[in-house]
Design a protein around this ligand. Structure first.
Ligand code: PLP
Length: 417
């Protein structure tokens, strides 16, 4: 028997089979046994596919879909996405390596991020990757890698606008920033590009991450396009590419509402129509990390011990903050809140007690869930942490306490029995 996970609003896409959480139609107990044990990150291929289809359906047809690799650089996931998205955003030469290993086309890759090392700039230029320039100094350094033996360095300017995307989980623009070039300084750099042996590609504007407020995401579009239009008029050539950081968030906590994707897509379409003149020839890309992969991932840890301390129940698991810093609340959360969790092999049992789920590290920071209502769990049971597909493993202090790394698996749909 199979049903959907109803009691957890943001996980309706997951199913339960015979009381066990299932991915791609296979119970996680089976997936874990086949993979060799816990802890493990599982990524649901079908959910990735569905999310991409939703985006394609809601966004204007001319919008390209790029994946920001830093959200999750797992090789099988990159390989899967390489055939389904239109390009990638990288933040290091290491991420470029990973993309090259799965055969992604370099001309569809852009490289953003402050502090790109000379070796990284040289590698990017060699492969024809577009560099998203973060400062005047970086622009000058890129130009030194121009050589008749290499393709002309392709550059786009990342703009730090004088406005911000309000209510973002992380602010990436507005005010002083390590990211991007202050909008008022962009015209000067555009003139400089004209004087240097560089190919001007366009602009990049990424205003904030993890935003759930559809109204504010929509409100930010017009000023963004207006600014790009003004700067385009001063560019040394046509704006061939415009990358808009997505910033679309996913719900993690009670009360979080998902982004209204159709409404966002519609507003984006209207905005494109209004600004068709300066950007008629421009390839516009949304570059999404969390929104593409975040909801498709589940982290599973096994209960090793169950202890009661002065009335509080602790489920001690083999996984924790060293694999999943975000769920422990230590990756940018101001007030610690629980990610959605469940006992994966007891999905049909009602919540019976209030427990805290902790990891094996000797620090009070190592908790996966604090005082949550769960069915009674015993050693051997599996704890599932949902919304774990983005900023999970590679955003965690994996070497802390020298425990083994978790496994990772991309789960394809089971063939029908
Ligand atoms: C991290 C990052 C993204 C992805 O952000 P999400 O909030 O995960 O969608 C996009 N663009 C750039 C430049 C980034 O640094």
């Amino acid at each position: 028997m199979s049903r959907h996970v109803e009691e957890l609003p943001c996980m309706r896409t997951f199913t339960v089979r015979d009381g066990c959480l299932a991915l791609g139609g296979t119970p996680v107990t089976e997936l874990v046994a086949k993979a060799g044990g816990t802890p493990i990150y599982l990524y649901d291929q079908l959910m990735l596919e569905t999310r991409i289809a939703e985006l394609r359906c809601a966004l204007p047809g001319s919008i390209a879909l790029h994946y920001a690799v830093k959200a999750n650089p797992m090789p099988a996931l990159l390989e899967f996405l390489a055939g389904r998205v239109d390009g990638f955003d990288i933040a290091s030469a290491g991420e470029l390596e990973r993309l090259r290993a799965v055969g992604a086309a370099p001309e569809r890759i852009s490289f953003a991020g402050p502090g790109k090392r000379d070796e990284e700039l040289a590698t990017a230029v060699e492969h024809g990757v577009t560099l998203h320039i973060e400062s005047a100094g970086e622009l000058e350094r890129v130009a030194t890698f121009a050589s008749p033996r290499r393709p002309t360095p392709r550059v786009a300017l990342r703009i730090n606008p004088d406005f911000e995307l309000k209510r973002s989980g992380m602010r990436m623009a507005g005010g002083p920033q390590p990211f991007g070039i202050d909008a008022e300084c962009v015209p000067q750099l555009l003139r400089r590009i004209d004087a240097l042996p560089l190919a001007f590609e366009g602009f990049h504007l990424f205003a904030g991450s993890q935003n759930l407020r559809t109204d504010l995401l929509i409100e930010a579009l017009e000023p963004m396009f207006q600014l790009i239009g003004e700067l385009a008029a001063q560019a040394p050539g046509p704006v061939r590419h415009l990358t808009l950081g997505g910033g679309l968030g996913i719900p993690y906590f009670p009360g979080d509402e998902p982004v209204n994707l159709p409404a966002y897509g519609q507003s984006l379409g209207a905005c494109l129509a209004r600004h068709a003149a300066p950007l008629g020839e421009t390839r516009i890309a949304l570059e999404l990390g969390r929104y593409l992969v975040g909801e498709a991932g589940v982290y599973l840890a096994r209960v090793i011990d169950r202890k009661v301390s002065r009335g509080e129940v602790y489920l001690v698991t083999d996984g924790g903050m060293h694999h999943h810093l975000a769920a422990s609340g230590n990756l940018g959360q101001v007030v610690r809140r629980n990610f959605p969790v469940a006992v994966a092999n007891r999905m049909d049992e009602p919540a019976r007690e209030t427990v805290s789920v902790v990891g094996p590290l000797c620090t009070p920071l190592d908790r996966l869930a604090e005082r949550v209502e769960l069915p009674t769990a015993e050693p051997g049971d599996l704890i599932a942490v949902f919304q774990s597909g983005a900023y999970g493993l590679t955003a965690s202090p994996i070497h802390f306490l020298s425990h083994p790394p978790p496994r990772e698996q991309l789960v394809s749909p089971a063939t029908q029995e």
